[in-house]
Write a protein that binds this ligand. Structure first.
Ligand SMILES: CC(C)(COP(=O)(O)OP(=O)(O)OC[C@H]1O[C@@H](n2cnc3c(N)ncnc32)[C@H](O)[C@@H]1OP(=O)(O)O)[C@@H](O)C(=O)NCCC(=O)NCCS
Length: 215
């Protein structure tokens, strides 16, 4: 069985409306379909790498390749979990968590996107809440980090609602543009003060923890 070799595939994060899990191949195809259908308005690029400028089939391909590469490149010291977000059996987007030497750093980073038809219904908040429970309760971390380009109202809205505080800025050059990237930091204390979603964490057993450098 896959989980005999990759125990992190046992991990499930469940909220009222959503399930987050590592994707099998069918999930990857469904996620690629979401990417092909569109992730954001054409006039605002939310990603550092403008991969969503490609035509739909190439966006789908990039999605599959990215998810595979992310997981295949993970080690206990430096890993990323590219969860798919499932609602009523349908993959609607992805929510990644990554960390380096998390046992010592006690910090983890998140990034996410949803297919356009699923925006603005609270799913972005709910899926972030799911990985925050994973980070603080599951991994025992002290901080969760995020970042969003200036002007990304929904992403910033999710971070603010869940209690993140501004944590400085970076300037990122994409093409001929200098863009302002806002960093966000959530402490355990602020997370507890802003918790609104019930989250169930399943499958984070000793073997899965060892794969995440927590043995
Ligand atoms: C970011 C993303 C995942 C958020 O998901 P979502 O389901 O649309 O977000 P939610 O509905 O849970 O919450 C968004 C919040 O931001 C608020 N918001 C939206 N636009 C805003 C703006 N311009 N200014 C301030 N707040 C804004 C909303 O009102 C909402 O808060 P509310 O529930 O209190 O009303 C989704 O928009 C997405 O996939 N965007 C494209 C990819 C992307 O930007 N990824 C993040 C890269 S950093």
């Amino acid at each position: 069985m896959l989980t005999d070799y990759l125990p992190i595939y046992r991990i499930r994060l469940r909220t009222d409306r959503l399930e987050l899990r590592l994707p099998d191949l069918d999930d990857l195809v469904a996620l690629a379909d979401q990417a092909a259908g569109g992730i954001h308005r054409p006039d605002f690029m939310p990603f550092i790498e403008p991969w969503t400028e490609a035509e739909p089939a190439m966006r789908g391909r990039a999605t599959v390749m990215w998810q595979m590469k992310t997981l295949a490149g993970s080690t206990p010291e430096d890993w990323a979990l590219p969860f798919v977000v499932v609602r009523d059996g349908q993959v609607i987007g992805m929510q990644e968590v990554s960390a380096r030497k998390v046992k010592v750093s006690k910090e983890a980073i998140t990034g996410s996107w949803l297919g356009l038809p699923h925006h603005g219904q609270g799913f972005g908040t709910e899926m972030r809440a799911a990985v925050l429970a994973f980070i603080f309760e599951g991994l025992g971390a002290d901080y969760a980090l995020s970042a969003s380009f200036d002007g990304n109202g929904p992403s910033e809205g999710v971070s603010r609602k869940l209690g993140y505080k501004a944590d400085g800025v970076n300037h990122i050059v994409t093409g001929d543009l200098r863009r302002l990237d806002r960093r966000w930091r959530l402490s355990r204390e602020d997370w507890e003060a802003h918790r609104r979603h019930e989250v169930r964490i399943e499958g984070l057993d000793e073997d899965a923890r060892a794969m995440l450098g927590l043995a």
